[in-house]
Write a protein that binds this ligand. Structure first.
Ligand SMILES: Cc1ncc(COP(=O)(O)O)c(C=O)c1O
Length: 462
């Protein structure tokens, strides 16, 4: 091959994908995919679907961990990216003020009218890092509060406000931060009274396990924080941009006006890494308080033209296709149809969430036969039953879902917002078939559970 030819490269070496990962990248990923039988070769994608090498269609209920808010390859976003490349812009000169970041900031802020300014970075975790730094600098205080089980990203600052030991262990020392139970206002106040708290970072719906904040909690927390001169930071990296049926999930509750709001994932339509931290004017004015502090918080790739063009296209599509209302409507439909199954299946305990962010929780069955099997799995590792559901959903029904965090018997659905009622039917039918199998003997399914038990024991030892 002479020169660079992407198509030829993929044609020649695409078949080595799993070996290349095993050899040069995180080797546990191909290992995990082989174990689950998820080691497919996906070749093409559009909207909420992708296709494997045999032409089999899959329904995507994961949206690339939420980045594919509009589904894959939305024609408007794609066109915007072609256009921005074809325009040969003088991007990232770093000593000018290009129009696209200003336009995207203006558009984003129109959805959060109480906020004034935006910092653009390159990921969700960077949006959170920015918020933590800004909160600390603006208040002059070191400590940040967060919720148990929270997830805000995996760089060191964001890791400091991660509520799971599994992510934190071995990476200490982290920042001086303290966890409070979600909904525990007394604990929040106790920490605030110590006078060293810069802010409280919270997901309006916690991604792990899909737990919405209790009604009234965000508003009450905001009042407490402001009384103690600390900031409310809403992490909308997963919940933002319409997913929960409001543009931002904090807007579900009247009177909530976070001081800082973190956005990423779906903002660029899944094409270009992007992150944004929205905030109040006084916070930005403090951080950038003089001309010699102009670069005190900055990022080389921040505000790049591709990310900004994609962001503008995404927000335009969301308006044109009324995707926030669509997410609310289809989310209500999917949730209510799944919730209606609870009485039929003793292993199915709860269906919760808002809009198209839905958690399906499994729990201890009542009948004797099932209880034995359930107990066997629980003794080996919590979360295996949910994995046993995710696997046939993909293998037999060609629907991609995920278990919502380690050691949890919860499946999380975060599909592209563009799914249709037909997709809701398809998911509910497939899920019903898997539940039937789990409850009516389902030898194959429980055999696979035993395989997982063996695997997890081996992993545990290794
Ligand atoms: C609520 C929340 N915050 C932050 C992040 C981190 O985003 P990223 O993976 O882009 O760094 C995530 C990612 O899943 C998230 O769900």
């Amino acid at each position: 091959m002479t020169g660079f030819d992407l198509s030829a490269l993929l044609a020649e070496r695409g078949g080595e994908r799993y070996e290349l990962h095993a050899r040069h990248l995180n080797h546990q990923l191909p290992r995990m995919l082989h174990t689950l039988g998820f080691d497919r070769v996906y070749e093409r994608a559009e909207g909420a679907y992708f296709w494997d090498a045999d032409g089999q269609e899959y329904l995507d209920m994961l949206a690339g961990f939420g980045v594919m808010g509009l589904g894959r390859h939305h024609p408007v976003v794609r066109q915007a990216l072609h256009d921005v490349l074809d325009a040969s812009l003088a991007d990232l000169t770093r000593f000018d003020c290009p129009p696209l970041p200003g336009l995207l900031a203006e558009k984003l802020l129109s959805h959060a009218p109480h906020l004034d300014r935006v910092f653009f970075g390159n990921s969700g975790t960077e949006a959170v890092e920015t918020a933590l730094k800004f909160a600390r600098y603006a208040t002059g205080r070191p400590r940040v509060l967060y919720c148990t089980h929270a997830f805000h990203g995996l760089t060191t600052g964001a890791l400091s406000v991660n509520g799971e030991d599994g992510f934190r262990d071995g990476f200490a020392p982290l920042l001086p931060d303290t966890a409070v139970e979600m909904g525990d206002l007394a604990a929040l106040e106790r920490e605030l009274k110590r006078g060293d708290v810069a802010g409280f970072v919270v997901e309006p719906i916690q991604g792990k396990g899909v737990h919405p904040t209790p009604p009234g909690f965000l508003r009450a927390a905001q009042e407490l924080l402001h009384r103690h001169k600390a900031l409310l930071i809403a992490d909308e990296v997963q919940t933002g941009l319409g997913r929960t049926g409001d543009f931002f999930a904090y807007q579900h509750e009247d009177g909530v006006e976070p001081d800082l709001v973190c956005v990423a994932k779906a903002l660029s339509g899944g094409y270009v890494p992007v992150g944004a931290t929205l905030g109040k004017d006084w916070i930005f004015k403090k951080v950038y308080s003089s001309m010699d502090r102009v670069l005190v918080h900055s990022a080389s790739f921040g505000s790049n033209a591709q990310a900004m063009a994609a962001g503008l296209a995404v927000l335009s599509v969301m308006e044109d296709e009324q995707l926030v209302a669509h997410a609310r409507h289809l989310g209500d439909l999917l949730r209510s149809r799944l919730a209606a199954l609870i009485g039929d299946y003793e292993l199915l305990h709860d269906v919760r969430g808002r809009g198209l962010m839905i958690g399906i929780e499994f729990g201890r069955p009542t009948s004797l036969g099932l209880r034995g099997r359930w107990t066997m799995l629980q003794a080996a590792r919590k979360g295996l039953f949910a994995q046993m559901v995710v696997v046939p959903l993909l293998q037999r029904h060609h629907i991609l879902t995920q278990v919502s965090g380690d050691h949890l018997e919860v499946i999380k659905l975060i599909p592209p917002l563009v799914i249709t009622e037909r997709d809701v039917d398809r998911f509910v039918e497939a899920f019903t078939a898997v539940m039937d199998e789990a409850h009516n003997g389902g030898g194959l399914m429980w055999d696979f559970g035993r395989t997982l038990v063996k695997q997890s024991l081996q992993t545990g030892r290794g």
